[in-house]
Design a protein around this ligand. Structure first.
Ligand SMILES: O=C(O)C(=O)C[C@H](O)[C@H](O)COP(=O)(O)O
Length: 209
């Protein structure tokens, strides 16, 4: 799967930090049921690798990726666990080079035009824009579209229901990422509602998927 195809699968990539496998399975099922099958399970918790394995094996319809991939070693670990894609908050030349050898796509984070140009040197045209809101948000992505034709983004960091439509309305935004779908202590019914509500808002904003 290419990063672009992945980004076109769903309008929102939930960014997840699971405490345990049981929670991972329960919440992932709710997100898939709500219409968001592309899941980024971050390496922020001790059980992340087990959660990636479990969700990949047990949640039908889920496309499971790993987030917070910081270096080639992380990339190797998540591929071994069964991640179908990897997301990093930023990128280094070492990580770009490792991605060239990796069997799964890397959606790497950028925060500036120079970051994007460096990624383009490694053949990439899709990026996570992180942290989106504090780096200029919608206005920054609009400005990137001037000089950087054919480049598209998944803004993440400060994206929420209130600004989702503004991001998705941009020609160079394919999807967004965010943590708002799984607030602490939310139950699966609530999570499914947040997911389906996000899909509804995305459709209203012109997302056709
Ligand atoms: O762990 C990583 O690799 C990340 O890049 C982190 C997440 O993308 C942001 O933490 C999003 O957080 P919200 O602003 O709450 O939606």
């Amino acid at each position: 799967m290419t990063p672009l195809a992945l980004m076109q699968t769903a309008p929102v990539i939930p960014v997840l930090a699971f405490d345990n496998v049981e929670q991972a399975i329960e919440q992932s099922k709710a997100l898939v049921a709500g219409g968001l099958p592309v899941l980024e399970i971050t390496l922020r918790t001790a059980s992340a690798i087990d959660c990636i394995k479990a969700v990949a094996a047990e949640v039908e319809g889920a496309i499971v990726g790993a987030g917070t991939v910081l270096n080639p070693n992380d990339l190797e670990r998540v591929v071994e666990a069964g991640a179908q894609f990897a997301v990093s908050p930023g990128a280094t030349d070492t990580l770009w080079r490792a991605a060239e050898q990796s069997p799964v796509p890397l959606l790497a984070g950028v925060a500036s035009v120079s970051d994007i140009m460096r990624g383009m040197e490694f053949g990439h045209t899709e990026f996570k824009f992180f942290p989106a809101e504090i780096n200029g948000g919608v206005a920054a992505i609009k400005a990137f579209g001037g000089p950087l034709k054919g480049v598209s983004f998944c803004p993440t960091g400060g994206v929420k229901p209130a600004n989702l439509a503004d991001y998705l309305a941009l020609d160079n935004v394919v999807c967004v990422g965010g943590t708002w779908l799984t607030p602490k202590d939310a139950d699966p019914m609530q999570i499914e509602f947040y997911a389906s509500d996000a899909v509804k808002m995305a459709r209203a904003a012109g997302w056709t998927g």
